[in-house]
Design a protein. Structure first.
Length: 361
DNA sequence: GACGCGTGGGG
DNA sequence: TCCCCAAGCGT
């Protein structure tokens, strides 16, 4: 590799063009860490309100470590990738119990914490403590593959090595944190996936992709597989003005979130049949299935669901979850106090309409 | 190394 | 409407 990323150029561009962001107004390692976790696979505009609420409710690692898991998850509700939240809680408890409440200031110790991978370690340790470690995220991948016209699939080992080498060489002794942020800021605001602003890019003079007129051809992505669509039947089981909600297992998909009971509709099975089967299997109850509340579709990262929600009452049996999952009878008002996945939340307004109709004279 | 893991915005 | 993508990590 003949050319090298010019750190001076990037830093002076950053000084002039960086956005004002809440986590850039602090030097608190905890807040910088919190922002980096929230920003994983998540856009700045989405993160800002969550960051503000978290820092207000939990101003330091110990206050987050001492908080109730369900409250923290409720505050994370809607941000997605909920294992980030669970790992964050675990990490803060380790900080409280093993590091006297202080965020570790060495990469070796810090990277041992749950949810801290290579990127987050490099970002926090460089920005908060000045360690000279290059952070490679999606933005950096895009900038570097364009500057050097790296035409292999970006997720393959040789390309990853080349990217790492390029930033390792370029990162300066001074202002390593600002260098990392400059690379990401450039990727986020100028060297964008589509229609990059090459004419006002500080690297326009050395960018090979621009020379070739093929900026948008980089990075080369691997083949994506298309996601399946699963039909799902759910029930609002009503009893004496209360409705039944169930807590998901503490690991896996949507860990620890609350939801309406139900499950996948098998082929050859009607929605109502599926609902009867699932409620018997999961909860040991035979329902009387009533009116449909409504349907919504929702796309997760790796599949889509079509949710069909029905009103129901218990005809036989009492609720005894097969896997010992916690459940709760709540008033409709209390739905807002529990952490629900967005797919379930889409059903809330439909449910309120349905309950008003049933309850009205 | 591949896959599981959310959500909202933009084209 | 649908596809792509965004400051990744754990298994």
């Amino acid at each position: 590799m003949t050319d090298i990323l010019d750190a001076g150029l990037l830093l002076s561009w950053y000084d002039t063009h960086k956005r004002i962001l809440p986590w850039r107004e602090t030097s608190d390692p905890y807040r910088i860490w919190l922002s980096e976790v929230m920003l994983q696979q998540t856009q700045v505009a989405t993160v800002i309100p969550y960051y503000e609420r978290f820092t207000h409710a939990f101003p330091d690692p110990t206050s987050l470590a001492d908080a109730d898991d369900d409250l923290v998850l409720k505050m994370w509700e809607g941000l997605g990738y909920y294992n980030r939240c669970h790992n964050l809680i675990k990490a803060m408890r380790k900080v409280r119990d093993e590091h006297r409440g202080w965020v570790p200031d060495t990469p070796e110790v810090f990277s041992d914490l749950p949810g801290v991978g290579p990127y987050t370690c490099a970002a926090v340790q460089s920005i908060a403590f000045g360690h000279r470690i290059a952070a490679v995220d999606g933005n950096v991948n895009r900038v570097v593959t364009r500057v050097f016209a790296l035409d292999g699939v970006v997720t393959t080992a040789p390309v990853k090595r080349a990217i790492q080498e390029a930033v390792d060489q370029a990162i300066p002794e001074d202002r390593s944190g600002d260098f990392n942020q400059a690379m990401m800021e450039l990727g986020a605001t100028v060297c964008t996936p589509r229609r990059p602003g090459c004419t006002h890019c500080p690297l326009r003079g050395i960018c090979k992709a621009r020379d070739l007129g093929k900026q948008e051809a980089f990075p080369v992505q691997g083949a994506k597989k298309k996601v399946p669509l699963y039909p799902v039947a759910l029930a609002v089981v009503v009893d004496g003005g209360k409705i039944l909600v169930q807590k998901r297992p503490s690991s896996g998909h949507l860990a620890g979130m609350w939801e309406f009971p139900g499950g996948r509709i098998l082929s050859e099975e009607s929605q109502v049949m599926a609902l009867r089967r699932c409620l018997l299997e999961e909860l040991g109850i035979v329902p009387e299935v009533g009116d449909m509340v409504g349907s919504v579709t929702h796309a997760y990262s790796h599949f889509k669901v079509q949710l069909h929600l029905y009103l129901a009452t218990i005809k036989e049996g009492s609720v005894t979850p097969k896997k010992g999952q916690p459940f709760n009878w709540i008033s409709p008002d209390e739905l807002a106090t529990l952490a629900f996945p967005t797919a379930n939340r889409k059903l809330f307004p439909l449910l309120m309409d349905a309950l008003n109709k049933v309850g009205a004279p």
